[in-house]
Structure formats: C-alpha cells, structure tokens
Ligand binder design. Structure first.
Ligand code: FAD
Length: 287
C-alpha cells in the first residue's frame, strides 16, 4: 500500500515510529516485543528510523520493515538517509528494499556527524528523493519542520527548500516534533500558500523522561511552551507521574490537531507500546 493512498479515505491517518534496538542492548529480536505491543493499535503504517543522530546504519531498518510487513501485515515506511552514503550504497539499499517488497521510503539527508566525513553524492534530501523516484517504483515521503530546520536562516527559506523536495517527488510529509501546535498551524498555512499540497502529518512525541526531552530539544530546537516546561519540572523526580502527564499533554495536542483537520498524526513511540496504546485509546474515536 502506498502511504499517499492512506490519506484518501477521509480519516485522520495515525502512524507510529520505532527505532532499531541498539546493538549493545540486545539483538534485533527485541523488536518483536515492541511490535507485539503495538500491533493492537492497528496503525496505518509504522516507520523505522535509519542510523539516527548521524550514526552509520546497517540493514536493520530494512530487516525490521520486512518483519512489520510479513509478520504483522502492517505497511512499513523505511527511513533512509544520504549524508553518509554513496550512490552505490543507496543502490544496494534500494535493491534490498525492493527485494523485501517494501514500497515506501522516507528520504532524508540525515544529521551531519562531526566525527564522520559526509559523502557528497547527495547534498540534500531533495537529491535523494529524485534519485529514488528515478531508480525504482517507491512511494517517497520526506521530513518537514514546523519551527524551521535548525540550519535554516528562516522558516520561509526552509519552506522554499521543502517545496523543492516536494517537486522532486515527495508525496507525503512527516513533521519534526513540536510541543506548541500554533507553530504547526503557521507552518501548514505557509506551506499551503507556497503551493505544497501533499498530506502533512504532525509529529508528536510524548515526554517519557526529562533527559529524553532535553536531548531531543537540543538536537532539533523545538520550543518548549511554559505549560510544558512547568509540567516537566513539577514531575522531574517522579517518572510515573511525568509519563502520565506526558501522555495527557500529547492527547491534548492531538485532539486540538484533529479539531483543526490535520492530515495525520505520526507518534514517535520511543519503542514504548504502553504509552502509544494509551494515547491511541484516548483519541481513536475522534479520527
Ligand atoms: P534536507 O531536506 O536536505 O534539509 C536540511 C537543511 O538543508 C534544511 O535547513 C533545508 O532548508 C536545507 N536545504 C534543503 N534543500 C536545500 C537546497 N537545495 N539548497 C540549500 N539548502 C537546502 N535522521 C536520521 O539520521 N535517521 C532517521 O531515521 C531520521 N528520521 C527523521 C524523521 C523525521 C520525521 C524527521 C523530521 C527527521 C528525521 N531525521 C532522521 C533527522 C534528519 O535527518 C535531520 O533533521 C537532518 O538534519 C535534515 O534532514 P532532511 O531530510 O530534512 O534534510
């Protein structure tokens, strides 16, 4: 199933994101525990990250996408970054995805890791998008940034670059996480004015613990509204309370987004089925 097709049935799309288990924290088989926990949600698709944080990746993204498709019967979306890959590397990954019957790719540049010299076959995600479109029959998605990408001079500059990415063939966009919906609405309006008319899913990350949020925010630059910061400080030493407050905050964000006709919700699950399940149960009847 092509992901762009999912947006044609009139319901708010609900998708999940997981990451491959870290090599030193057990082998790839631990992913079954995550997926067993997530399968009851029956998400529209599950995306699997690729070497996040600018680290080098291996075949685990493709392997997990195959498991999602063949064992769980759910549409997978394979993330793929180009910053550390040559054209030959990308060719062999595309070949593997095709052989596994994986139809959808989230094409990304990837973060630049100061300890790894970038390859220069693809400078921007838009180069990867057009390369994938001309080298296979894949549905291609791309990332977007409600507050502007951290390297961008302005939101308008970033949206103009986003338009290039869509014109190169991206059929669906997934947003960076944000905690203040007003950034998403302003971004969506500007994107539509710029002529970007593909579905835009809102990326929502429930806070699980304080260090997770500090890490994510330092990487992506998302603003923290006072209400959110107060919640994190108030429950910083009570992980259970913070987790439950984080679920309530995410549910509140999602209800507002659905009320404002968002195309889809993309939940960054952090491989935590409990939290994903609670959020899904709270919002499913509203989609
Ligand atoms: P690009 O679209 O190339 O944009 C990067 C910067 O370059 C932006 O500032 C943009 O405005 C600018 N730019 C783009 N095109 C041009 C141009 N033609 N000329 C001049 N400037 C230009 N990282 C991982 O390593 N693995 C993952 O699995 C992963 N998954 C992600 C999923 C989502 C939904 C999101 C939002 C991010 C994800 N990331 C992941 C992080 C992502 O790789 C970084 O944010 C990265 O810094 C930018 O990637 P991009 O694809 O948006 O790049």
């Amino acid at each position: 199933m092509r992901i762009s097709e999912l947006f044609k049935n009139g319901r708010t799309v609900f998708s999940l994101e997981i990451f491959p288990p870290k090599k030193n924290k057990g082998d790839i088989n631990t992913i079954y525990q995550t997926l067993d926990g997530l399968k009851n949600i029956k998400p529209d698709f599950i995306s699997v990250t690729y070497g996040a944080g600018g680290n080098l990746a291996d075949s685990s993204t493709a392997d997990i996408c195959r498991i999602i498709k063949d064992k769980y019967g759910i549409t997978p979306l394979a993330h793929l970054t180009c910053v550390n890959n040559t054209r030959e590397d990308i060719d062999s990954i595309l070949e593997m995805l095709k052989n596994y019957g994986i139809e959808n790719i989230l094409a990304l540049r990837g973060d630049i890791n100061p300890n790894i010299s970038p390859k220069h076959d693809f400078e921007h995600a838009s180069d990867l998008v057009s390369y994938i479109k001309s080298h296979g029959d894949f549905g291609v998605s791309a990332a977007c940034y409600p507050e502007g990408h951290i390297q961008s001079a302005s939101l308008v500059d970033d949206i103009l670059n986003l338009k290039t990415k869509v014109e190169a063939g991206a059929e669906h966009l997934v947003s960076q996480l944000f905690f203040d919906n007003s950034y998403f609405y302003e971004f969506r309006e500007k994107a539509r004015i710029a002529g970007i008319n593909v579905p835009i899913e809102a990326g929502i990350m429930p806070v699980l613990n304080k260090s997770q949020i500090e890490r994510m925010v330092s990487m992506c630059g998302a603003s923290l509204p006072p209400k959110f910061s107060k919640m994190c400080s108030r429950f910083a030493d009570n992980p259970e309370a913070l987790r439950e407050a984080g679920i309530a905050y995410a549910v509140d964000q999602i209800i507002d987004l659905i009320s404002n006709n968002v195309d889809g919700i993309h939940l960054y699950t952090m491989n935590n089925p409990y939290v994903a399940g609670k959020i899904f149960d709270a919002i499913n009847s509203m989609r």
